[in-house]
Write a protein that binds this ligand. Structure first.
Ligand code: NAD
Length: 484
């Protein structure tokens, strides 16, 4: 038994992350009838660069840092994808993550090709000043190599980076640019005061919420997995309380009525079957530097062990490859919602399908970030905040309609009722309302498309999501006439 497990683990690692993504791609491609050459082109990673540059540490010493950027597909331009700061960053990871970005953008109809980049550092070991020097120099290298620009390649936040780093990238690019009027659109996920869009920070987590909510909305599907429809009261375990994990957990609890029973972070995990308050856990972590010893909760020694806790929905929201052939047999969750990229290896996927676990795949579920990045990019190119020209007009219009109804109908509203109706109805959408509404519509629509493919081809959700991506990318190649 031990030998078999070792062989499985070895087989997984020899395939690599990009190999695993391609295995999932091939499985889906078998359900399409596209030309083999087209399929080969969709799979291939177009460009990848690796570079090294020196930075000065605060103590005056010089350290050489390694950076990467991969542009997987140029069937749409610009290419788009996050920048990750982690020691795991390597060529294989960048190729895999950029491929997932291509498929993700296609699934949610966002007109970008896929890209991804990263710097091979543990950001916790650097001061803010050092991180700023690394980010600026990394951007300079990208610009010199033509791997960044509003119409070329547009980075965004990912693991270990956030709006602070995006502001540094934007500032560096703007300094280098030749008075490019659209320079702000060279990166998304910026702070709102610097061209960012309201709702981007929590967009991936909010998208995860909309995706899970939609998945739980179908009586027939829930019945198949022995669950009640709806999110209310569902027990959830989440791994990773960073940008994606924190917002997903917070919104699932506050808006979905779900019960967050387990939270795992780098230092270990906590479990309380009666439910944890996400905000209280975050406050406790801020006070004590750890989620452990949270009042009323049981400590679980390792983050990995928390993946095996009993729950309805397990949400890995940290890094890839956390559910493998080794631990997949021990997973107790009925649904795995892949908020992180690539958390389930392809061999684990086979085991989980066998166990009848429903997987909501990463290529769909964490697409909220790139969807709202698209809204930010559009805002930067149009040089106007979403809703700025229509909000007041919409408010007034709704008020005018109500007053006209009041005058034209026999119904004579009393003045208080009329005023209260006007207050409720005459509401012009601000930027955040528009962004959230666009995000909700995108996630809901994409889920329905994938589910339809799943039903039609009798496949699992991941295969259906890849089929959706392959069909859309193949169509755009074919329409462009690249394959006459
Ligand atoms: P983040 O850096 O904000 O947060 C990651 C969190 O995971 C951190 O709190 C970290 O301490 C924790 N963590 C690290 N190792 C862990 C472990 N072994 N167990 C438990 N927790 C651990 O990163 P993020 O932006 O939230 O990204 C998380 C995942 O979501 C990544 O796979 C990323 O590619 C994916 N993703 C992010 C975005 C985005 O908009 N930020 C979009 C799509 C996908």
């Amino acid at each position: 038994m031990a030998t078999t497990t070792q062989t499985n683990a070895q087989a997984e690692s020899s395939l690599g992350f990009f190999g695993q993504v391609n295995k999932m791609f091939d499985r889906a491609a078998a359900h399409t009838d596209h030309d083999r050459g087209v399929l080969h082109q969709i799979r291939a990673c177009d460009n990848i660069i690796r570079f090294e540059f020196p930075i000065q540490r605060d103590d005056g010493s010089i350290q050489v840092v390694r950076g990467y950027r991969g542009e997987h597909s140029h069937h749409m331009q610009p290419t788009k994808g996050g920048i990750r700061y982690a020691t795991s960053v390597n060529v294989d990871e960048v190729m895999a993550l950029s491929a997932l970005m291509s498929y993700k953008c296609a699934i949610v109809d966002v007109p970008f090709g896929g890209a991804k980049g990263g710097v091979c550092i543990d950001a916790r070991n650097y001061s803010i000043a050092e991180l700023k020097r690394i980010t600026r120099r990394y951007t300079f290298e990208l610009a010199r190599k033509d791997f960044i620009g509003p119409g070329t390649d547009v980075p965004a936040p990912d693991y270990g980076t956030g709006e602070r780093e995006m502001a540094w990238i934007m500032d560096t690019y703007t300094q280098l640019g030749d008075e490019d009027l659209n320079a702000l659109a060279c990166v998304t996920g910026k702070p709102v005061g610097q061209g960012g869009v309201r709702g981007r920070t929590e967009a991936t987590g909010r998208g995860v919420y909309y995706g899970i909510r939609e998945a739980c909305a179908y009586d027939k599907d829930m019945e198949r997995f022995g669950l009640e429809p709806g999110l209310e009261g569902k027990n959830i375990v989440i791994q990773g309380l960073g940008n994606v994990g924190y917002h997903a957990a917070r919104i699932l609890e506050a808006e979905g009525g779900a019960n967050i029973v387990g939270i795992a972070e780098i230092e270990g995990a906590i479990y309380d079957p009666d439910g944890l308050s996400v905000e209280d856990v975050v406050a406790h972590r801020q006070d004590t530097d750890s989620i452990l010893d949270f009042p009323g909760a049981e400590n679980i020694k390792t983050s990995a062990k928390a993946l095996e806790l009993p729950c309805d929905i397990l949400i890995p929201a940290a890094l890839e490859g956390v559910i493998t052939a080794d631990n997949a047999p021990n997973i107790q969750a009925t649904i795995i919602a892949e908020a992180a990229n690539g958390p389930v290896t392809s061999q684990a996927d086979d085991i989980l399908q066998e166990k009848q676990v429903m997987i909501i795949p990463d290529v769909y579920l964490n697409a909220g970030g790139v969807t709202v990045s698209y809204f930010e990019w559009l805002r930067n190119l149009s040089h106007v905040r979403h809703g700025r020209m229509s909000r007041r007009f919409e408010e007034r219009n709704a008020e005018r309609i109500l007053r006209a109804v009041d005058e034209l109908t026999a119904e004579d509203f009393n003045e208080d009722l009329l005023e209260s109706l006007i207050e409720q109805v005459s509401f012009g959408a601000g930027e955040r309302d528009l962004v959230n509404s666009g995000l909700e519509d995108t996630m809901t629509q994409a889920y329905r498309e994938i589910r339809e493919i799943r039903e039609e081809k009798d496949v699992d959700m991941r295969t259906a999501a890849f089929v959706s991506a392959i069909d859309k990318i193949a169509n755009s190649y074919e329409q462009m006439g690249i394959f006459p």
